[in-house]
Write a protein that binds this ligand. Structure first.
Ligand code: HEC
Ligand code: HEC
Length: 373
């Protein structure tokens, strides 16, 4: 399920990893009909043949299905079902600096809810000041993710949450001290008992289970793109729609950024400079292959700078990277094309489309799904 080797022949045909997969077929149709789809776009000022308009409408309907949001609350593992009490406790612990060694840092110090759960820095800042090695990712829609961290080294959110707490550069906490501090807080003890009735006192497992429940409750808000997916044809402008057609056609973005979260949950080398070994250094990865997890693109307008190293400051810079800026090398993912070129208007349209995946009002409010009290 990893990164794919490099294959010159049939680059596009091997779309989405599976030759003949429904996505690959849809993508090929998108490429073939790209001309027809653009002809149906009134902004293109070309003669709009009814047949072309029908073809474009069919294609849009197929994509709408691909990008539809799931129904129901976020999924949770059987051994840590989501309850309103656990989510509420997790939200409180997420902002609680008593989980850090010096009592000055919480998860929210880096994953700031006001910044869409990022820190606005290229790379996270360590306790002692200098930057850590990677960019702080947002925390949207992780209930549906399969692995965690840029290199996927954590198999669950529960396992993930333990790592920054113990990591000396991140929070530098130690569990006996943390649990002693939490237990001394009568109000918090009550919240623990409500969330974990079988536990007489706060435990490490309970802290991690509550944090994970809270993270799972973070579902990105509906945007204009969702309205379009649900059939509101006027929800997107013609420039945004043309950006969508580049995303799903010529640009090839959908080969990795697919589904309503806009990720395939896989690892790829997209030709960024830098020496981070990424997935290649993790058990389960291919040694020597500097691949990183495809990030979802929801709320991305609010999570700059971008990439595992925070090296690209804007969405426009990201698009320039894909259109002529990537480093060709043997490990480069087959789905990115070093020869891709987009003119200024195409790049602007693509960025305009990407922005439709983010809420207009910005990330100021912490949004939440799942059970509530
Ligand atoms: C010092 C800043 C910092 C603190 C504090 C911090 N994180 Fe993070 N977080 C990061 C960085 C940087 C990464 C990416 C690291 C990597 O991929 O190697 C990350 C990754 C994650 C991920 C994985 C996201 C994904 O898309 O795979 C989750 C979940 C997460 N953090 C939750 C938490 C929780 C819960 C806490 C508190 C217990 C916390 N973080 C504390 C900086 C921080
Ligand atoms: C081969 C799979 C693949 C393709 C094709 C692809 N991406 Fe990506 N994308 C990734 C991966 C992997 C990353 C993270 C790379 C890293 O940090 O090293 C990423 C990162 C991004 C980010 C940054 C997100 C963040 O939160 O940091 C944006 C935005 C983005 N891609 C948009 C696009 C667009 C637009 C296209 C089409 C022009 C595209 N991608 C094509 C796999 C892909």
């Amino acid at each position: 399920m990893e990164q794919h080797g490099r294959g010159r022949a049939g680059r596009r045909e091997r779309a989405a990893g599976q030759p003949g997969s429904p996505l690959a077929a849809l993508f090929l149709v998108a490429l073939l009909q790209a001309g027809a789809a653009w002809a149906a776009d009134p902004s293109a000022h070309t003669t709009s043949a009814p047949a072309a308009a029908h073809a474009a409408a069919d294609l849009d309907a197929a994509w709408r299905q691909r990008f539809a949001r799931p129904q129901g609350p976020p999924p949770a593992p059987a051994d840590n079902p989501m309850t309103p009490e656990k989510v509420a406790l997790g939200r409180r612990l997420f902002a609680d600096a008593r989980l850090s060694g010096d009592g000055r840092r919480s998860c929210a110090s880096c994953h700031d809810p006001q910044r869409s759960f990022t820190d606005g820095r290229a790379r996270a800042r360590s306790v002692s000041g200098p930057p850590l090695r990677r960019n702080t990712p947002d925390l949207w829609n992780l209930a549906w993710a399969r692995t965690f961290f840029w290199d996927g080294r954590a198999p669950s959110i529960e396992a993930q949450a333990a790592m920054p707490i113990a990591e000396p550069g991140e929070m530098g906490g130690d569990w006996p001290t943390i649990l002693r501090r939490l237990e001394a807080d009568a109000g918090l003890r009550g919240e623990f008992r409500a969330a974990f009735p079988a536990e007489p006192a706060p435990t490490r497992a309970a802290v991690l289970a509550a944090l994970a429940s809270y993270v799972r409750s973070l579902v990105s808000p509906r945007t204009r793109f969702d309205a379009w997916v649900e059939g509101d044809r006027s929800a997107l402008t013609s420039r945004e729609l043309s950006g969508f057609r580049i995303f799903t056609g010529k640009g090839g973005c959908v080969l990795c950024h697919v589904g309503w979260r806009f990720t395939d949950d896989r690892f790829h080398d997209i030709g960024l400079p830098g020496s981070d070994a990424g997935r290649g250094a993790v058990a389960g990865g291919t040694p020597g292959l500097a691949a990183f997890k495809t990030p979802g693109l929801r709320e991305a307008a609010h999570t700059a700078p971008y990439m595992h190293d925070g090296s690209l400051p804007t969405l426009a810079a990201v698009v320039r990277h894909y259109a002529g800026g990537l480093r060709a090398r043997p490990s480069l993912a087959v789905h990115v094309d070093p020869k891709l070129r987009l003119d200024a208007r195409e790049r602007a349209d693509l960025v305009a489309f990407l922005r439709t995946l983010s809420s207009d009002k910005g990330p100021a409010r912490t949004r939440q799904a799942g059970p509530r009290r």
